[in-house]
Design a binder for this molecule. Structure first.
Ligand code: ZN
Length: 158
């Protein structure tokens, strides 16, 4: 990131507690714990209905074009009703670190595993050990893949 004489908005993966909602937002209220995906979107346009929220006709990227970034003290969320997902746990839940992965890395790893066609007949090799690679390993395992050679039929070891 180039140096600048003023602060820059940063970040795109976050959990948060709703402090206020706009008049057009329903389904969310002050005090709700939410997760924000890595883009903001309306969740109703033709692209969103196809699962292509990154191409939302009324969405965009965090920390761009005057929109807040997820690493700020507070974030104004455009299209909040379509963007935020309410979490079924309290603010002090021990699950928060795991739930944070739902904002980006686990979803990306899951997408990799699904796109690769992983199932119970699949042995998977994941190249890369960053957060997305590790999430891909978890997603592949959840989809039934084997991570090491399968035992040979007949139970013998060799
Ligand atoms: Zn959309």
């Amino acid at each position: 990131m180039p140096a600048s004489g003023h602060g820059e908005r940063m970040g795109h993966e976050f959990l948060g507690v709703v402090e206020d909602v706009g008049a057009e937002v329903s389904g969310l209220k002050r005090g709700d714990l939410v997760v924000a995906p890595f883009v903001w979107s309306d969740n109703i346009c033709d692209f969103c209905r196809e699962g292509l929220h990154t191409s939302c006709r009324h969405g965009g990227l965090w920390a761009r074009d005057g929109v807040d970034g997820g690493q700020g003290e507070a974030v104004r969320v455009p299209q909040a009703q379509g963007t935020l997902v309410k979490l079924p746990v309290a603010e002090d839940s021990a699950l928060l670190p795991s739930l944070l992965t739902l904002s980006d890395v686990f979803c990306t790893g899951h997408h990799c595993a699904v796109t690769a066609g992983v199932d119970s007949r699949t042995t998977v090799t994941v190249v890369g050990d960053g957060a997305v690679g590790l999430s891909a390993v978890l997603a592949a395992k959840r989809l039934g893949a084997w991570g090491s050679p399968r035992p040979k039929a007949g139970g013998g070891s060799s």
